[in-house]
Design a protein around this ligand. Structure first.
Ligand code: IPM
Ligand code: MN
Length: 361
């Protein structure tokens, strides 16, 4: 297998702590498979902005453009003005045409008690993938603001909507799903009416997949009412931002959720969705599982590898019965005694050891 170049964008806050655990997983794969990786540091984010005057140095972005995939931690510093560091991520999403934001949220059985919903709302489990448009809508950044008013423009091109929705239907087929939900606000917004028309058109090519439209407000309710029925969801950029955070909390902790900014024909970027978490940064207590699951997503989506992903996932599930980071300790404090409380590195090492066991056989 050819050597893969992985751009490493650790960023701010807990970013470096969790990305280090992701790198460890890739390094162990090198030992037990044909994979070999070149890790190339591509600094970016709030601290880099303070040091160099830009949140995404040209050198970092050029290296990303030469990579096979990007592993990203988090960006944002509490003492910077709002949005100043965060635009780096939009520059990458737009600049590399990563038009799909893939956000799977699966509740692992050992974490059932960490789901904020009662049993009757969980039933046979939660496994929801939000497929979020990642390049247009309000995020296109053609906004302006003065003392008296501010505006952002929601605009969608046919190209952007078609490619996202097609990806969603193809993803559902690939995963053996039976339904694709589209979330919009077509009772008001022209962009959503446009979206819905395209969804219905494309859906005709997938007769085996049931189609369902939800207004975004109703869908936010549906997500806590019948989450166990939801499979693949396609939606526009900001709605997807919001509902994927809601879905991520249903699986026990934001720290568990992975994502991929995907360009199916180009370079994709994988990141945990939790953000820089300045309140716990530097303490070594962040949950690395969102990042490790992002590595799994990288193998599956960038390297078309269906073999190692399940081994990583099984190792995570097994680890959850042994030790856990603070955010996923059981709610009932007396039950805590069953689990070792682990820091970021220890959680990573535990998963690594369990993965190694699987790779050796
Ligand atoms: C995310 C984040 C970003 C977004 C921010 C940091 C711009 O919340 O990846 O979901 O809204 O897309
Ligand atoms: Mn978000």
């Amino acid at each position: 297998m050819p050597r893969k170049i992985i751009a490493i964008a650790k960023g701010d806050g807990v970013g470096p702590e969790v990305v280090n655990e992701g790198i460890k997983i890739l390094k162990v794969l090198e030992k037990y498979s044909d994979y070999s990786f070149d890790f190339v540091e591509t600094p970016l984010g709030g601290q880099v902005l303070k040091d160099t005057g830009t949140n995404l140095p040209t050198k970092s972005f050029d290296l990303m453009k030469k990579s096979d995939a990007i592993l990203f931690g988090a960006i944002g510093l509490p003492d910077l003005p709002l949005g100043v560091a965060e635009t780096a991520i939009l520059k990458i999403r737009h600049g590399l045409n990563q038009y799909v934001n893939l956000r799977p949220a699966k509740l692992y059985e050992p974490l059932r008690d960490k789901c904020p919903l009662k049993e009757e709302y969980i039933q046979n489990g939660i496994d929801i993938t939000t497929i979020r448009e990642n390049t247009e809508g309000l995020y296109a950044k053609i906004g302006k603001k003065d003392v008296n008013s501010a505006e952002n423009l929601m605009r969608y091109s046919r190209t952007a909507v078609e490619r996202l929705i097609k990806y969603g239907f193809e993803y559902a087929m690939r995963k053996g799903h039976s339904e694709v939900i589209s979330v919009d606000k077509a009772n008001l917004l022209e962009c959503s009416q446009f979206w819905r028309e395209i969804y219905q058109d494309i859906g005709q090519n997938y007769p085996s997949l049931t189609q369902k439209n939800f207004y975004v407000d109703a869908f936010c309710q549906w997500l806590i009412r019948k989450p166990y029925t939801v499979q693949t969801v396609v939606t526009e950029n900001m709605f997807g931002d919001i509902i994927s955070d809601e879905a991520a909390y249903l699986i026990g902790s934001l720290g568990m959720a992975a994502s991929g900014n995907i360009n199916p024909d180009g370079i994709s970027m994988y990141e945990p969705i939790h953000g820089s978490a300045p309140d716990i940064a530097g303490q070594g207590i962040a949950n690395p599982i969102g990042t490790i699951l992002s590595v799994k997503l990288m193998l599956e989506e960038s390297f078309q590898d269906d073999h190692f992903g399940p081994l990583i996932e099984d190792s995570i599930v097994e680890s959850l019965g042994i030790g856990r980071t603070l955010d996923i300790l059981p709610l009932v404090s007396s039950a805590n005694s069953h689990f070792k409380t682990l820091n970021t590195q220890e959680m990573g090492d535990l998963i690594l050891a369990l993965l190694q066991k699987r790779l050796k056989v």
